[in-house]
Design a protein around this ligand. Sequence first.
Ligand SMILES: NC(=O)c1ccc[n+]([C@@H]2O[C@H](COP(=O)([O-])OP(=O)(O)OC[C@H]3O[C@@H](n4cnc5c(N)ncnc54)[C@H](O)[C@@H]3O)[C@@H](O)[C@H]2O)c1
Length: 422
Amino acid sequence: MTVYSALVGCGGMGLRHAHGYFELRKHFADVKMVAVCDLHESAADYVASAVEAATGDRPAVFTDFDRMLDEQKPLDMVDIVTDTRMHHVFAVKALDAGVNVLTEKPMGITVRACQAMRAAAARSGKSLSVAENYRRDPMNRLAKALIDGGAIGEPYYIFKAGLSGGSALMHDTAWRGLKSRGGFLIDGGVHESDLLLYFMGEVETIYAVTGLFTPMRKRQGGLVGNLVPFYQHRTEDVFAGQSTVEIDQEDTAFAVLRFASGAIGTYASSNASHGYHVGVNTVHGSSGTIQLPPSRSGIGPRIHLEGREEPIEGDDLLSLVPDWELDDLTAPFWDGARRLSSYDQDFPATDRKIIGLEYLELARAIETGSTLEVGPDTGMEALAISYGTLESGLSGQPVRMSELLEGEVEEYQSEINESAGL
Ligand SMILES: NC(=O)c1ccc[n+]([C@@H]2O[C@H](COP(=O)([O-])OP(=O)(O)OC[C@H]3O[C@@H](n4cnc5c(N)ncnc54)[C@H](O)[C@@H]3O)[C@@H](O)[C@H]2O)c1
């Protein structure tokens, strides 16, 4: 069976998804990208040309999603990679038209948007998968196997602190500073929320303080680092031409969490850390501590046990989890390797392997009905943790996950819901 796919949103991440599709095609030829869509024809054209150069087939180019959904036949899945405010709009339309959905994270712009997406998946019987890439890194798979296998004893505390940024705009994209479009603590924060869920299980309560400390952000005049090749063709749609942008979503949060297991955690996040960056990711257990890997770096986890001077790292970790291996869908992307304790390749190679896997997982679910790792419930829970931080920051009160998921706590989100017509 061939799974016919269309991509909507041909900006930076849209191009990265096209590269994920190329990677997928190296191993499995039964997914075909037949259409691409972006408000900006030049961006859609750019990605269509990249697909043509890599596969020999040029996808049809659209600038209107509704038209694409109507005219592109057959169509089995849409891959939604627009900025976050459109995820629910396109997902609900696609699902109601009987088309399966892969959506970038955050699943939706608010918890209410996620509820609408989940309801559409349920009534259509079609699949909705959230492209949460961090957990799919083989090093995070290994870290989870070590924690679940008791390598640090009973885990009781997770410590996550990521303080970076400064006065620059994240990814040099202005929408990332806007509350109505999913600012930094949502766009970047949801990755961390998903990892909190992945490593520690369900969250019960969140208490946080939050603030906006660097509202005036300088445009960098282009990206630096790993993302340069992916963001040059995109068109800025807000504050275009302005060298300084005023953002309106909080840029810093400090949260304490209690998990259903009884474990606790602290989560500190900022993209207003000037001149010095901090990254700490550890899980502490009754007999040791694990340093979690920096996602997509290739660096493996490291374990420190009480009473042992040297940390356990590299292949020595594998003997602690004799049964752990990458699953049948993941291993082909890693040259067939089943057991890895580190890997060495550039960021784009890692990125496209993981995105290729996200495509494959949904394609297999369409073909065989297999379950999705990050479906609507998990995608919504991750977003609820991120909004829980902002809701608690606004009210000054602890919030319960059950209230966030039921929509009983949504004061912070109300203005966003209103502007999105939710
Ligand atoms: N998983 C990750 O590591 C990761 C990394 C970056 C971005 N993302 C996610 O991917 C999504 C896109 O981010 P990005 O960095 O590519 O942003 P971007 O601004 O570069 O690209 C978004 C694209 O969507 C298009 N678009 C917006 N509204 C549209 C509409 N109504 N119809 C058609 N096209 C429309 C824009 O024109 C733009 O080209 C976001 O949800 C973001 O959170 C995920």
